[in-house]
Design a protein around this ligand. Structure first.
Ligand code: SF4
Length: 334
């Protein structure tokens, strides 16, 4: 059974036009009908250009933003419409690590207080129990428990991100949503944090939804990868399949821009240029939203929106021109 299931999730923000049209309300379709699953112990990478809706999706999953429509299930239990006390119980199952290790920690709190925040909010632990748990987490993060009474500014960027991870793991969640957790860090520190995340996943059977724009980082950590474009998932596949034989033209273009460490292969790499700007999520193109930039678009693409479905090769993609796998009945899995 999936740990997290998202069905047709939408997050739309109303905005008003300026000037004479101020009263006219329009919608930013930040997330526009996303279906995804995350299984226990796996990492699902979520990639896409900035502004594609991945961070909004993450915030909707952890209930920091109320979805406009759609459903979120944790171990089959719906999150919508449940009582605040039940939501408090469910919140222990999913936690989030934010991108910026500098701004995501309250500078006025000690590290002990920061890590204890979710324990205070979501458990009945007394002070002594919280203190013991915080010490345990410091050791798990390879941080010296003697530093518990220090403040965030006394730590390096990598250490702060370890504190963020400790806070997320305090209540022993099953799913951690990681929103660009290493993009603000130096490359050598990035590798340390990725190794730490991999070790923690093995020890605690954690599932990650790992959001990043760096496709090399996503490849290292993810079992499956979902690609987002303008609020929609356009391809989902096992990592090796996606990187070796991408199906969707947008995935192909993204991957063609990733440098290859082998100098010979790097010289031979053919980049697929994407023409034009990303369309506005307020005014999405008719048909396939990728058609104004797609190098292989045809007439049908400007007319009918494609659906995410199982294609030949086993991955899911939403593209009229990728042949469908007619041997399967559903578009789920991957
Ligand atoms: Fe390109 Fe058409 Fe496929 Fe969209 S449906 S990705 S425009 S080929």
């Amino acid at each position: 059974m999936s740990l997290l299931q998202i069905r047709d999730l939408k997050v739309h923000f109303p905005v008003s036009r300026g000037g004479l049209f101020r009263s006219e309300k329009r919608l930013v379709r930040a997330v526009d009908g996303v279906d995804l699953e995350v299984f226990p112990g796996e990492t699902l990478g979520l990639v896409g250009e900035s502004g594609c809706g991945k961070s909004t999706l993450a915030r909707a999953i952890v209930q920091l933003i109320e979805p406009t429509a759609g459903e979120i299930f944790i171990e089959g239990r719906p999150l919508a419409g449940i009582s605040p006390s039940k939501l408090k119980t469910e919140r222990k199952q999913f936690q989030m690590v934010f991108q910026n290790p500098f701004s995501s920690l309250n500078p006025r709190l000690t590290v002990a207080d920061i890590i204890a925040e979710p324990l205070k909010a979501l458990t009945n632990m007394n002070k002594k129990q919280r203190w013991n748990r915080v010490q345990e987490l410091m050791e798990l993060m390879n941080l010296n428990p003697k530093f518990l009474l220090r403040y965030p500014h006394e730590f390096s960027g990598g250490q702060r991100q370890r504190i963020n991870i400790a806070r997320a793991l305090a209540v022993s969640p099953k799913l951690v949503v990681l929103d660009e957790p290493v993009s603000a860090l130096d490359v050598s520190i990035q590798a340390q944090i990725i190794n730490l995340l991999q070790d923690l996943q093995k020890k605690m059977n954690l599932a990650y939804l790992f959001i990043a724009h760096d496709l090399s980082v996503v490849k290292t950590l993810s079992h499956r990868v979902a690609v987002m474009y303008l609020g929609k998932v356009v391809e989902v596949a096992k990592t090796e399949n996606l990187y070796h034989s991408p199906q969707h033209p947008y995935t192909k273009a993204l991957l063609s821009a990733v440098p290859i460490p082998d100098p010979k292969k790097e010289r031979e790499r053919r980049r697929i240029p994407l023409s034009g700007e990303i369309p506005s999520p307020i005014d999405l193109p008719k048909g396939c939203s990728f058609h104004p930039r797609c190098p292989v678009a045809e007439g049908i693409c400007r007319r009918d929106p494609p659906v995410l479905e199982e294609k030949v090769g086993g991955q899911q993609a939403s593209c009229h021109l990728v042949p469908q796998d007619l041997t399967v009945e559903t578009g789920r899995g991957g």
